[in-house]
Design a protein around this ligand. Structure first.
Ligand SMILES: Nc1ncnc2c1ncn2[C@@H]1O[C@H](COP(=O)(O)OP(=O)(O)O)[C@@H](O)[C@H]1O
Ligand SMILES: [Mg+2]
Length: 253
């Protein structure tokens, strides 16, 4: 799904010279995996996420996403691939005010060039909100939802285009502990239903809930053995990527 080889990235800082943020990063994510990248503030997590999400480009190295070489893509191809392949979840929920949960979730369909608005749009948005457990909140405005519920709306919005992979950057960073735990459980459920998930966090305890944890420190990645209990194989999940397996299977520990 994701193959990074020898990826490096620096920022030029006025008066201070170059800051090397990613240093020869190699990283592979297979379809159906749930991987957490954990590291302290400033270690390069968001820089890596922006490159993985085609929001920024590396200085050097190779990146292959869903079978396509990213380094040779034009800006238009990057945007099209990003829309078709990736669902984003951020620390800030980025929902529109005075807009219902359903309308917020529909937005990517409204914007995506390949899928014009039709009677299906609303149904897809409602299906996505059901997958994240918000069937009772379809017509609530963002301001009427708790932080945890707003993040669920954002996750439903990330799911609406049937992405190959969900990239989440500190998705629980603005939530209290209980709400954060529920969001992690939701990611576990989505993964068990077939979604490929890459979650970035500074919180090692949260990261442990993923099936695989990768550490980033000062721009370098290091892997460890799987720590999670979620041993559902990647192959077993691969077949239901776009499946309607919406109901939580609920047996994660
Ligand atoms: N656009 C930028 N220009 C210059 N420096 C940046 C920029 N973005 C991030 N940095 C610096 O790069 C380092 C890594 O940042 P970031 O990837 O956001 O880390 P993290 O998400 O792990 O906190 C930090 O020292 C940060 O200050
Ligand atoms: Mg960050």
């Amino acid at each position: 799904m994701i193959k990074l080889r020898n990826i490096s990235k620096s920022y030029q800082r006025a008066g201070e010279g170059e800051l090397k943020v990613l240093k020869q990063v190699d990283f592979v994510v297979e379809r159906g995996e749930f991987v957490a990248i954990v590291g302290p503030s400033g270690s390069g997590k968001s820089t890596l996420m922006n490159i993985l999400g085609l929001l920024d480009t590396a200085d050097s190295g190779d990146y292959e996403l869903a079978g396509s070489k990213v380094s040779t893509m034009t800006a238009t191809e990057l945007a099209r691939t990003r829309n078709a392949t990736i669902g984003f979840v951020f620390q800030q929920f980025h929902l529109l005010d005075r807009t219902t949960a359903t309308e917020n979730v529909e937005l990517p369909l409204v914007y995506s060039d390949s899928k014009a608005i039709n009677g299906n749009t609303r149904k897809k948005a409602i299906d996505a909100l059901c997958r994240v457990g918000l069937e009772e909140r379809l017509t609530h405005y963002s301001s009427e939802l708790s932080g945890g519920q707003q993040q669920r709306v954002a996750i439903a919005r990330a799911l609406i285009n049937d992405p190959d992979i969900i990239l989440a950057d500190e998705p629980t960073g603005n939530l209290d502990q209980a709400a954060g735990r529920q969001i992690m459980e939701l990611f576990c459920e989505l993964n068990q239903a077939g979604s490929t998930i890459l979650l970035i966090t500074h919180d090692p305890q949260l990261a442990r809930q993923a099936a695989r944890v990768v550490y980033i420190d000062d721009g370098r990645l290091s892997s460890t053995a799987a720590t999670g209990t979620s041993t559902e194989g990647t192959a077993a999940n691969a077949g239901i990527q776009n499946g309607q397996a919406a109901s939580p299977q609920g047996t994660f520990s």
